[in-house]
Design a protein around this ligand. Structure first.
Ligand code: NAD
Length: 487
């Protein structure tokens, strides 16, 4: 144990940055606290422009060799990283749960295996990445994906390692080098990833991690002239700030932002399925960008839906996320709880009725809440809360359902519950959303395009779309004749 190590349930985590294959400490630190019980986990190196410059310089220096590394070798190393993640699933799961309060059982069985899959998927996709040559008046067109260069990846706290590796894996597969800045509330699993990547043989400087506050080092990262790509997941105001900062160098951006997604329940739906889908929106204490937080129900079944929903939601177990029986853990931070409560108070003052919940629980928990009697133009219907707060509205026609569903500034996802295939096709076509789920929720394949419309984001990642973003695409046109020596 050193002054630069903290331990979580016996797992040692280095609290320093990871730059150029070495641990680097800052003079200043910030305190990392567990949302489970408010306990202090440790002091984390707090980055400044100095560490940002060092990390970008390391990424720049490592880029030519990594870009020139064969696809097969890059894929081999990424698979080795996946092996390392799989070996440490238990460590990663308990550290992540302690740091962000999401369920240990989900981290163990779903999230961390998925982290490994992020590396395997993009390693395999890289080996298949191709575009068939085509001809123009006898000339051959050949499309290639050239690695773009050092990439800055900035991620939020609600699914820290999952969202970080969803960017790190394709960026590295593409041949780019990376500077990752994890969220300040949840820096720990990124540090473990550095250990895993080093052990897997990822060359020094290919992955760099700078910890710290976005408000302090964000501009230095996003306006850096040597950075060729910025991929960001987080809130709309931060994305607007990053867009301005990146404009100086016209650095291409991928922005995955917030949402206020609808769940449309038609009278022809399997109502039990619809209720299950609705209750699922409380997962991760509502701290899910894709959550369908606006429940829109056809009027004829609204009463029955609401009755069954309240019954099912009453069985939700809220508590310690390390406990197998728990369904919902704490919210991330006191500041976030105050924000959530402010939204609910203002909604109730404006006439909303809490069908369930509507208040804080003990400690850092908020009672799962369903608010009815809400106006379409009200704050609670229009703005992302990022907590266990759902709203309930009714509609009488398909047109009205679509109109309500599309009537926010967001467009991340939408979920439909209907027993009618033709209706599903008609409605889906009219919805503004990056992802639509029909009679299901949260089924995500890495080869699918992922992203949001309007204020939910800019661009798409996933499968080939990720390589399109992280690379400079090149088309080479070769004349049919003209080789001097070879005919
Ligand atoms: P946030 O925007 O406050 O912070 C996200 C990251 O940006 C953090 O690492 C933070 O340090 C950094 N940051 C802050 N200011 C910065 C600046 N000026 N320059 C550069 N970086 C800066 O968001 P949050 O509260 O951590 O995350 C919640 C938000 O993320 C919600 O809106 C949620 O919907 C969204 N989200 C979106 C997706 C998606 O895929 N669309 C997934 C998860 C979360």
């Amino acid at each position: 144990m050193t002054e630069h190590t903290l331990t979580v349930a016996g797992v040692a985590v280095d609290t320093r940055h990871w730059i150029g294959g070495e641990r680097v400490a800052s003079a200043e630190t910030f305190t990392d606290v567990s949302p489970i019980d408010g306990s202090v986990l440790g002091e984390i190196s707090r980055g400044t422009e100095v560490e940002v410059d060092a990390a970008v310089a390391a990424a720049k220096a490592a880029f030519p060799a990594w870009a020139a590394t064969s696809r097969a070798e890059r894929a081999r190393i990424l698979h080795a990283v996946a092996d390392g993640v799989e070996k440490r699933i238990e460590d990663l799961a308990i550290v992540e749960t302690t740091d962000n309060g999401a369920l240990l059982r989900s981290h163990r069985r779903g999230v961390m295996p998925r982290v490994a899959h992020n590396f395997r998927f993009f390693a395999d996709w890289l080996l298949e990445l191709d575009h068939e040559d085509f001809e123009t008046r006898g000339h051959t067109n050949h499309v290639s994906w050239d690695p773009a260069g050092p990439s800055v990846l900035i991620t939020p706290w609600n699914a820290p390692l999952m969202l970080s590796t969803w960017k790190v894996a394709p960026a590295l597969a593409a041949g780019n080098t990376v500077v990752l800045k994890p969220a300040e509330w949840t820096p720990l699993t990124a540090s473990l990833l550095a250990d895993i990547a080093a052990e897997a043989g990822l060359p020094a400087g290919v992955l760099n991690i700078v910890q710290g506050y976005g408000s302090e080092i964000g501009d230095a990262l996003t306006s850096h002239p040597d950075v060729r790509r910025i991929s960001f997941t987080g809130s709309v105001p931060t994305a607007q700030r990053i867009t301005q900062s990146a404009a100086v160098n016209l650095t291409p951006l991928s922005l995955e932002l917030g949402g206020k997604s609808p769940l449309l329940v038609f009278a022809d739906a399997d109502l039990d399925l619809a209720v299950d889908l609705a209750v699922e929106q409380y997962d991760n204490a509502g701290q899910v960008c894709l959550a369908a937080t606006r429940i829109l129900v056809e009027e004829t079944v609204a009463e029955e839906f609401t009755r069954r929903f309240a019954e099912k939601a009453a069985a939700i177990v809220q508590g310690d996320p390390r406990d197998e029986a728990t369904d919902i853990g704490p919210n991330i931070h006191e500041r976030q709880l105050e924000k959530i409560d402010g939204f609910v108070r203002r909604a109730v003052d404006a006439g909303a009725r809490a069908v369930i919940g509507g208040h804080r629980g003990e400690g850092q928990y908020y009672a799962p809440t369903l608010l009815a009697d809400v106006a379409q133009d009200s704050e609670i219907v229009q703005e992302e809360v990022f907590g266990p707060i759902l709203t309930l509205q009714t509609f009488t026609t398909e047109d009205e359902a679509v109109q309500l569903a599309n009537d926010t500034r967001f467009g991340l996802a939408a979920t439909l519950a209907t027993g009618d295939r033709e209706r599903a096709a008609r409605v889906t076509e009219r919805l503004v959303a990056g992802t639509v789920w029909v009679n299901c929720f949260f089924v995500r394949d890495l080869q699918a395009p992922f992203g949001g419309s309007r204020h939910s984001g800019v661009g798409r990642e996933g499968g080939t779309w990720s390589f399109d973003f992280y690379c400079d695409l090149k088309n080479t046109v070769t004349a049919p004749k003209g080789w001097k020596n070879h005919g």
